[in-house]
Design a protein around this ligand. Structure first.
Ligand code: MSP
Length: 652
């Protein structure tokens, strides 16, 4: 039987726009989950949304919307983001799910009945953005010590959880089980700043607002949002429901992953609650660092967002995944800049990986017509590369077990770089010209193909889309497990090796930096205009179109695009936002067609796209191309090929 592995992200507040920092925890957990699955584990990967609390209630009210409708829309948008980023979660829990709410009530009642929760009066300070209680001495210059924002003096009747009762047990846990809380710096922080400084009981209900799970035996109170949220890790598995099978199978969690600012909740409050419930504790809580922009944490409330839809639409999903997994030293903070993002793509994905694939497949086609002959003559150069190929899985596995994600990727790219150097050392273009060197050339190309195959299989955990493309160009399939697929020698040479489209087109960094700035400016302007409610420009009469020559028509690049996702653009009645696979990448395209089509009916269609149209921002969303429609008196119709031809096919 497979060993189980239960991995979780925090559940996200569906409160504002998503940014690249938001994606960090989820992309990292996705790579870990995919890796474990391929390593033969029975993985359960949980993510979801944390929808209750004063913060969400206030934000929805400020937007003039019904709270549930507001969160429904935001959650839909988050699910869309995870789809674009290829997140392979096994369950998405919402704290507004009926089963979760009922289980929260049962947990609260159980803790109350056994004396772990009691009623009293709360007087202290509350930070709404962090949904955190603070004592006066904990405040920093009168502000929230976590986020530095204003706090509110709060006095209300409240239920309390006897957190203080668990202090000694928590100290013992963190001091004596070094695996429980990592990295080490977080352990010291929790011990010194919170546990050893004294632990007071925790207010676990609120009466000043309504958007939460009602305390079943005292409905003027709603359950404190963090208590409601933390229990998601067990209610998602059916704890306290009619069907606890998943709970029995997967609990305790093998890994709770989160950003460092919420480690306190996961390593103090959550284990204390589990102790009170008599449940086993998670095996590991890991607090990763932040993605910063300059000296600021990228965050919705600071307004310095870097839009992941735009980045993955423009540069490909795997560019975003790669950047997050590779650039941020795991456990520490990392600084985002457009320059470091573009440079990473160019250096590693385009130059190292992309070039190795295109050179290898081009040579197999040029010299041997797309197959590698069986007669191969090996040398010590080949033996060295072979040893590296055979060693890479072990190194990557060790890194992944220690949560050294950038290091794990680095192992794969060390192999790729070594193979690029091997091309220069073995000079296949000279072998091709020399008499009697066919078998030697075949061995060189076979070793290159095997390097790419093993790198491709390993990359399935990190860059699933790219891995699929690499393996397809080698005429082989993606696989479900590493076992039997990560050592040298699996290709026969009889596969169909094809020279496909470049994996990652080379970026002209200076030009692209200017484009990125323009896009950001346009997005900011559109947002401002939306805020001010400026009326749309009146439509100008279109002048009659002059005749053009074929050379003018040739300037237009038409492609078939496959619509992967579609959604309405927030606050616009006209616009639909599509992600469209045009072969080179997945593009973000906005069209004013919401009157004629529902998002659902557009998904899966193959349409004609003007691919070299200058990017623009429509309704605050980036549009990188235009979908063509036919129009008559009945309205619009899509323009589709007569049979499925696949995204990226040319139209001429
Ligand atoms: N709702 C709580 C978690 C409850 S779990 C029982 C919450 N939500 S959040 O939406 O604010 O954060 C979700 C995740 O995104 C957290 O792991 C957080 O650390 C992460 N990030 C948000 N901004 C980030 C960066 N700029 N950089 C890296 N990760 C960051 O907290």
């Amino acid at each position: 039987m497979k060993e189980k592995y239960y991995i979780t992200t925090p559940i996200y507040y569906p409160s504002g726009a998503w940014h690249i920092g938001t994606c960090y925890t989820t992309v990292v957990c996705d790579a870990l989950a995919r890796f474990k699955r391929m390593d033969g584990y029975d993985v359960f990967y949980l993510t979801g949304t944390d929808e209750h609390g004063q913060k969400i209630e206030k934000i929805a009210a400020a937007a003039g919307e019904d709270t549930k409708k507001f969160v429904d829309k935001r959650v839909e948008n988050l699910i869309q983001l995870w789809k674009v980023l290829n997140i392979s979660y096994d369950k998405f829990i919402r704290t507004t799910d009926e089963q979760h709410e009922k289980a929260v009530q049962k947990i609260f009642t159980k803790l109350y009945e056994q004396g772990d929760i009691y009623k009293s009066e709360y007087e202290g300070w509350y930070c709404t953005p962090c949904e955190s209680f603070w004592t006066k001495t904990q405040l920093k210059d009168g502000k929230c010590p976590d986020c530095g924002r204003e706090v509110e003096l709060t006095k209300e009747s409240s239920y309390f959880f006897r957190l203080s009762k668990y202090r000694d047990k928590l100290i013992d846990l963190i001091e004596n089980d070094p695996d429980f809380l990592q990295p080490k710096s977080r352990r010291n922080e929790m011990l010194n700043n919170f546990l050893k400084a004294g632990l007071t009981d925790l207010a676990v209900s609120r009466t000043s607002f309504k958007w939460g799970v009602p305390v079943p035996f005292d409905p003027d109170h709603v359950v404190y949002v963090w208590v409601d949220a933390l229990t998601n890790y067990i209610t998602a598995l059916g704890y306290m429901s009619d069907d606890e099978e998943l709970f029995r199978k997967y609990w305790p969690a093998d890994l709770h992953m989160m950003g460092k600012e919420i480690v306190r909740f996961h390593s103090i409050i959550w284990p204390a609650m589990l102790m009170a419930l008599g449940l086993p504790l998670p095996k590991k809580v890991y607090g990763h660092g932040w993605l910063m922009l300059g000296s600021d944490k990228i965050s919705k409330s600071k307004g310095n967002i870097v839009d992941p839809f735009i980045l993955s639409g423009r540069y490909g999903v795997d560019s975003v995944r790669y950047y997050l997994l590779r650039e941020v030293p795991f456990g520490a903070d990392g600084a985002y800049s457009n320059y470091s993002f573009l440079s990473r793509i160019n250096a590693d994905l385009c130059n190292s990986l992309g070039n190795l694939l295109s050179r290898t497949t081009a040579m197999i086609n040029q010299y041997f017509g797309g197959k590698i002959p069986a007669e191969r003559e090996a040398t010590e150069f080949d033996a060295e590369l072979e040893a590296l190929i055979n060693g890479v899985y072990g190194k990557v596995k060790k890194d992944m077990e220690e949560l050294l994600v950038p290091e794990a990727l680095n192992e794969i790219f060390t192999l790729v770089n070594r193979a690029n150097k091997y091309i220069d050392e073995t000079t296949p273009w000279l072998l091709a010209k020399e008499e009697g060197k066919k078998a030697r050339l075949a061995s060189v190309l076979y070793h290159l193909a095997e390097t790419l195959r093993v790198a491709g299989v390993m990359l399935e955990a990190f860059l699933p889309e790219t891995a699929g493309k690499i393996l397809a160009d080698l005429g082989t399939d993606v696989c479900d497990v590493f076992e039997g697929n990560v050592s040298y020698g699996k290709l026969t040479g009889e596969e169909n090796f094809v020279k496909g489209a470049p994996l990652f087109p080379r970026i002209d960094i200076n030009k692209e930096l200017a484009n990125m700035e323009k896009i950001a400016e346009e997005a900011a302007k559109a947002k401002e205009e939306k805020k001010e409610g400026k009326p749309a420009e009146p439509k100008k009469e279109e002048p009659a179109k002059a005749e053009i020559g074929i050379e003018d028509f040739a300037k237009i690049e038409l492609k078939i695009g496959k619509i992967l996702t579609a959604e309405k653009v927030e606050k616009s009645k006209k616009l639909l936002h599509f992600s469209v696979d045009t072969g080179d990448r997945v593009r973000s395209i906005v069209s004013g067609v919401a009157k004629y089509f529902t998002p659902e009916e557009m998904v899966g269609k193959e349409v004609v796209v003007v691919a070299n149209l200058k990017p623009a921002t429509l309704g605050g969303v980036l549009s990188e191309g235009m979908i063509l429609f036919a129009e008559n008196a009945d309205g619009l119709a899509t323009v589709e090929p007569g049979r499925p031809v696949g995204g990226g096919s040319t139209v001429s």
